[in-house]
Design a protein around this ligand. Structure first.
Ligand SMILES: [Fe+2]
Ligand SMILES: [Fe+2]
Length: 239
């Protein structure tokens, strides 16, 4: 349903570069967190899978950054801080919400499964709207392949470590993601409302304030003015 919006967001080269750079950061940060998960788990099979997963995420980060660098060379654009539609078209995983220490293997796997599922569905949309940039499209295609694998192995492993209660873990992780999505949306809306209110204040409050300031300035006497005798005593303290 949002495909036209995504097509518009990705159509601008500057915005595409910014987004690819940010996606690269998200992937690398996610890889770092999964590497930490490999350190803290006591399950040897999970440790091996997490290590492979972390390497994949680091590679995704490199792919995104290289593509952004190639586009930057060709476009000679200047990276600015304009609108990038981050809350409309966020990075793949939402792995930035990950808290590795203190999480059980099952909670970790449930969180990872949902994050990878979200990544796979977002990257499918981004790949489909990228007809105007076939090289970026090929990168999304390649990464999508890995994300689908991550989505599958995390579910299989969750069912292995928690055969009875794996669905409950998934629901808990879903509710937590929903709450975080609500917070993200609310902060996006708060940003828009803040800009709107500040613009109104600028146009409706600044003009009367400037008029009052000018009127007060006109009432001020110019030049030296006499001071009342009580205020012109010699100074006997610092302040
Ligand atoms: Fe990834
Ligand atoms: Fe992934």
């Amino acid at each position: 349903m949002l495909a036209p919006v995504h097509r518009w967001i990705w159509s601008d080269t500057d915005r595409r570069i910014q987004k690819l750079l940010r996606f690269g950061e998200t992937e690398t940060d996610g890889g770092r967190d999964i590497l930490r998960a490999a350190e803290v788990t006591s399950d040897p099979l999970l440790r091996r899978l997490y290590l492979e997963h972390a390497l994949d995420e680091f590679r995704h980060g490199v792919l995104f950054r290289r593509r952004a660098a190639a586009l930057l060379k060709v476009s000679h654009s200047h990276l600015d801080s304009g609108f990038h539609g981050d809350w409309l078209a966020p990075g793949g995983h939402g792995l930035d919400d990950l808290q590795v220490d203190g999480e059980s293997d099952s909670d970790m796997l449930a969180f990872l499964h949902l994050s990878e599922k979200a990544a796979a569905s977002r990257f499918t949309v981004y790949r489909d709207v990228m007809q105007h940039d076939l090289l970026t499209r090929a990168i999304f295609e390649e990464i999508l392949h890995d994300e689908t694998f991550h989505m599958g192995y995390t579910l299989t492993q969750l069912a292995r470590v928690e055969p009875e209660r794996h669905k409950r873990h998934l629901w808990r992780a879903r509710l937590s993601r929903l709450w975080k999505a609500y917070l993200r949306l609310a902060s996006g809306l708060a940003g828009i409302m803040g800009s709107f209110l500040l613009t109104i204040q600028y146009f409706f409050l600044l003009a009367p304030f400037a008029w009052l300031a000018k009127r007060a300035a006109r009432r001020e006497c110019s030049g030296w003015t006499p001071v009342s005798p009580g205020r012109s005593d010699s100074l006997d303290r610092q302040y």
